[in-house]
Ligand binder design. Sequence first.
Ligand SMILES: NC(=O)c1ccc[n+]([C@@H]2O[C@H](COP(=O)([O-])OP(=O)(O)OC[C@H]3O[C@@H](n4cnc5c(N)ncnc54)[C@H](OP(=O)(O)O)[C@@H]3O)[C@@H](O)[C@H]2O)c1
Length: 371
Amino acid sequence: MAFILPVQHLALQLESVEAGFQIKKLPTPQPGLGSAIIRIEAAGVLSYHRDVYNGGRHYSFPTPIVGGLSAIGRIAALGPDATALKEGQLIYVDCVIRARDEPDTLFLSAIHDSSAEGSKKLMRDVWRDGTFAEFARFPLENCIPLDEARLCGSLGYSISDLMYMSYLLVPFGGLRDIKLEPGETIVVSPATGGYGGAGVQVAIAMGARVIAMGRSEEKLARLKEHVLNGSPNAQIETMKMTGDEATDLAILKAFGTIDAVLDFTPPQASKSLHLRSATSALRRNGRVSLMGFVEQPVVPWTLVANNIAMKGKLMYERTDMIHFVKLLERGLFPRGKAFVDTKAFELNDWKAALDIAAEHTGIGKQVVLNL
Ligand SMILES: NC(=O)c1ccc[n+]([C@@H]2O[C@H](COP(=O)([O-])OP(=O)(O)OC[C@H]3O[C@@H](n4cnc5c(N)ncnc54)[C@H](OP(=O)(O)O)[C@@H]3O)[C@@H](O)[C@H]2O)c1
């Protein structure tokens, strides 16, 4: 499939935080060394995207800026140094942009410049605009090939539904980091949010038994139903957190050996003691992936006495994405609504998309913009 890049394209641009978004006709980005131009088909909308761009989260980014995050699209044009990507190919566009001369300098496309000098410079001068546009320019290495015939043909995923990858990839990064093995038992805490729920789905796909912690029995029941709809043989237990450290520890111990913990505690729950209970319930040599924000994640003596390994993890590595796509292409995840309930919006309806994204959250739920 050959693309002719138009002179101009439509993009959702934020002139400034005060002025807000406007759909604009902007010059279409052009390819150069190290970059690809992607015809965006579905761009993911985060539950807190609205708060990022209205200044509520005080995230640091340059303006004007085209909004966005990760996306699914087709390669429309390639820089001269591309060797494997092909025009027309379906790809996942990853939002984590890394400096080539220092890969530890990274930022989230169109969301946050990470406040370091290097990442600020890269976002401001080189990779500023995001995926809420007909065309976007991204580094070649951020384009992850997808087997369209397999995923959209035999497995029947829609391109919009494939965007749910952007949720699933995050816990996959943490779970690979602590080397979760098939057959192990993992606690996901809390499990009823967007990323916690995705963590449950990924751990099940990786062959683990999951204990899903949460404070709402109703949401835990929905989570279990969603998982069993898609994977009837999944081993999933739920546990209502009581808020009392010793009680929660006793409930967890009753589940038997626990090998690992994946935590996605949000800042508003940072003082909750549930992760101390979960960490204390681990077997000797157990592992914890810390992906959220907890102030007191551990009882120090338990950590030492039981050889517990605790690792923080931001997002995932490129190898994790390649590996994740293999899992998806092998059919290890459910299909249809058992995979994800997608609410899709046209670019003109961007405001509704940002509003609905704040409510349509939790396991198997996402909002996308179709461009
Ligand atoms: N490390 C990374 O790379 C990475 C990437 C993405 C996100 N994150 C972080 O992951 C965290 C979760 O994000 P999310 O989008 O999944 O959030 P979310 O959808 O808003 O879910 C929040 C979860 O926390 C629970 N919760 C809220 N207040 C609580 C409280 N006071 N006590 C106990 N539980 C409480 C919610 O339970 P209810 O369902 O009962 O409300 C829900 O399970 C955020 O901190 C985010 O920054 C990290």
